[in-house]
Design a protein around this ligand. Structure first.
Ligand SMILES: Cc1cc2nc3c(=O)[nH]c(=O)nc-3n(C[C@H](O)[C@H](O)[C@H](O)COP(=O)(O)O)c2cc1C
Length: 101
């Protein structure tokens, strides 16, 4: 099973939330888990969303991994979801869940 992790933290690989994902990955080496640092690279994704769309299209499941900053999910993640809609990313037949701190 291929799993796309959408890391909404602007801290990228240094996200504390992401540590839970890395733990899951370590415990389940058979899973093909690919992490997109969407929060950190949101400006470049606004210019070119190809990589994100290809990753989600190729995945069976999506995990949104993000912190809570001032009672909200980071604005970068909100923007990423807007871009998913703009680029008509189809997740109808995929499992989708979230990990948050
Ligand atoms: C600017 C800022 C605002 C935060 N606001 C909240 C909050 O409203 N509620 C909460 O439970 N935690 C809040 N936190 C704590 C973060 O959710 C927590 O530190 C999280 O693990 C950091 O996530 P990250 O390292 O994955 O980016 C905040 C942290 C920062 C830096």
């Amino acid at each position: 099973m291929k799993i796309a992790v959408i890391n909404g933290s602007p801290k990228g690989q240094y996200s504390i939330t992401l540590q839970t994902v890395l733990y899951l990955k370590k415990k389940n080496p058979a899973l093909d888990i690919e992490i997109l640092h969407a929060g950190q690279m949101i400006r470049s994704l606004e210019n070119d969303f190809t990589r994100a769309k290809e990753l989600i299209d190729a995945s069976d499941a999506i995990i949104f991994s993000y912190p809570v900053y001032t009672f909200l999910a980071p604005s970068q993640l909100h923007r990423f979801i807007e871009l998913m809609k703009e680029h008509k990313v189809d997740i109808e037949n995929k499992f989708v869940t979230q990990i948050t701190t």
